[in-house]
Ligand binder design. Structure first.
Ligand SMILES: Nc1ncnc2c1ncn2[C@@H]1O[C@H](COP(=O)(O)OP(=O)(O)OP(=O)(O)O)[C@@H](O)[C@H]1O
Length: 266
């Protein structure tokens, strides 16, 4: 009998995406198991964000590539709103779109309406929605910020608020695109702890990053992407080597391990 635990989060076969007349994802195949956390690493322009956009159905693969299939949680066809509830996406672009004078609580509740902020006249916010928003704010340790304006809190706090916005749906996975960009050391440390606690709570983490130190211990698998293709894929300790990263970034890279974390220098 197949259970939810057997259904892969992602099962992509032969995905090619063409933009500007060239393949920015090139016959890419990737399966991510139901209980796997992964990090995707690659140089600028290698296709990392495009791969996320394929996951969220912002980019579509070329349909007539032989062997193409694209399943998310065992389903090929998704209503876009349902899909985005199952895959909470946190990007810097999303943070930049929080320009209205909304409070943290309003931003979190707006996750229910796939909007950024609440428009009182249009949205019917229920008691249950408010209760869930309070619950996730407490879980993330930012309940005290509920009534603060998004524009008046720090980048690290704002990123946690966006995670809270994604968590109100109790998603299966969190997709984090360069989540620690522009955060200071303390915010990075807090952010990593937050992501670790979410992974421990049973959500899949899909992390896109340039920074090896973002790879929390709960992520055991690393995928290197180059020129729209999988360059290497496997266990973190086998993939994060001087040799692989030097070949990936085309500059001499030294990888160091500090406890359960990695760092790279060039
Ligand atoms: N809509 C588009 N039209 C044309 N080219 C695109 C489009 N989207 C992405 N590309 C190109 O596809 C390539 C991969 O872009 P993508 O944003 O996926 O890279 P990335 O690995 O996320 O890079 P970065 O680390 O700089 O964010 C780049 O060369 C980019 O210019």
């Amino acid at each position: 009998m197949t259970t939810d635990k057997d259904i892969p989060l992602l099962d992509f076969k032969n995905v090619t995406v063409v933009k500007g007349g060239r393949a920015i994802l090139d016959n890419l195949s990737l399966t991510v198991g139901a209980d796997e956390n992964i990090a995707i690493i690659g140089p600028n322009g290698s296709g990392k964000s495009s791969l996320i956009k394929v996951m969220t159905r912002e980019y579509y693969p070329v349909a007539d590539v032989p062997g193409l299939s694209m399943n998310i949680l065992g389903e090929e066809m998704w209503n876009i709103f349902d899909l985005r509830k199952q895959m909470g996406i946190i990007t810097t672009d999303l943070q930049h779109s929080c320009i209205r004078d909304s409070t943290v609580l309003e931003i979190v509740i707006s996750g229910y309406f796939s909007s950024i902020g609440i428009y009182d006249d249009f949205f019917d916010v229920t008691v249950e929605m408010k209760a869930m928003a309070h619950e996730v704010l407490k879980f993330l340790g930012i309940y005290h910020l509920a009534n603060q304006k998004m524009t008046k809190i720090s980048s690290g706090e704002a990123r946690k608020a966006l995670i809270a916005r994604a968590l109100v749906h109790d998603p299966k996975a969190l997709v984090l695109d360069e989540p620690t960009n522009s955060l200071d050391m303390k915010s990075i440390d807090q952010f990593r702890k937050t992501v670790s606690s979410i992974a421990k709570a049973g959500k899949n983490i899909v992390l896109v990053t340039h920074d090896l130190s973002d790879i929390i211990p709960e992520i055991k698998r690393v995928i290197l992407i180059k020129d729209g293709k999988i360059f290497a894929d496997g266990k973190k300790e086998d993939i994060l080597t001087n040799e692989n990263l030097t070949a990936l970034f085309e500059v001499p890279v030294t990888v160091q391990k500090h406890g359960d974390y990695y760092a790279a220098f060039c």
